[in-house]
Unconditional design. Sequence first.
Length: 197
Amino acid sequence: MSSLLAVAGEASGELEEEAREARLFLFRELRAGMPKILVNTGMIALVWLFTRYVFIPLSMEYAALGIPLPQIISLAMMAAIALLALEIFREVLRLIDAAVTCLAYRLALRHACSTLMEAEDYRVGVRGVVRVGLAAGLLALFKDLLNVLHPAVAAAAILATAVWAAITLLRSAKPLLRVAERCVSDVLGRGREERRS
């Protein structure tokens, strides 16, 4: 029995060390990622504002090779915004991975859960929800620029994003459901043990 307690104590010590490392990694990711996210978000706002309120109105009566200049400008600015948004997506997802891993270790220490399985379920679930949120925000930003190209392009983008969001949220629901089931199982299991004693 004492050897079992020693093994459990050793595992708990390793888990605490891993939790501390995960917390340090989260702080490093925050220090490295937040400036990139803030600067790129500001740049997206500036590109969008200048495109929407300066360049498109100034170019309304011009055309290049028979193509209305506002459409060309809109397409170029959407490409710039997309590149900046991809950088933001990447940094946000790295921060989420670090935060969710840190959270999973804390919960594992508190409830003696399977750390790797829980971390992966949290990561997959939360990552999907955040991706949908970021895509919806980006679509709201692009909608006016897409309308300049053609209203059918905006409608197609909205439809494609809605279908993708539904699929992504359904995929995210499964791992989050497993997390909820484990939590409920733990709570009910502890309740039964307390009633027995």
